[in-house]
Ligand binder design. Structure first.
Ligand SMILES: [Zn+2]
Ligand SMILES: [Zn+2]
Length: 114
């Protein structure tokens, strides 16, 4: 990082035709980039990708709609059957734990684990 010799503001990389220069946004001071420093400033352009946190949620919702779900030994609160499909869902807020849902293979009663 370089700073303006006139006003000490931060210099930002700019394009001047096909050349790259450093320019002060505050007082308009410009400085030509020395040869060989191109790569240093190219990195700045690339830091724009933010990983998508919501992606995890979408995958879980797709899984819960699949017909071939795993089953677990869970007693149905409605009919007393001892086998239920189960799947896990990450809540929207992201910082809460996974919630496990069960669906009775016999009567399709659905409940969540507390
Ligand atoms: Zn300046
Ligand atoms: Zn049941």
């Amino acid at each position: 990082m370089e700073f303006c010799p006139k006003c000490s503001s931060m210099l930002t990389p700019q394009k001047d035709g096909d050349k790259k220069i450093l320019a002060c946004q505050n007082c308009g001071y410009t400085k030509k980039l020395p040869k060989g420093s191109k790569n240093t400033y190219r990195i700045v352009d690339k830091i724009s990708h933010v990983p998508e946190k919501e992606e995890v949620v979408v995958i879980d919702e797709k899984l819960s709609k699949q017909r071939t779900m795993p089953t677990a030994r869970q007693i149905c609160p409605k009919c007393g059957n001892k086998e239920a499909y189960y799947w896990q869902v990450q809540t929207r807020s992201g910082d809460e734990a996974m919630t496990t849902f069960y669906r009775c293979v016999k009567c399709s009663q659905t409940w969540r684990e507390y």
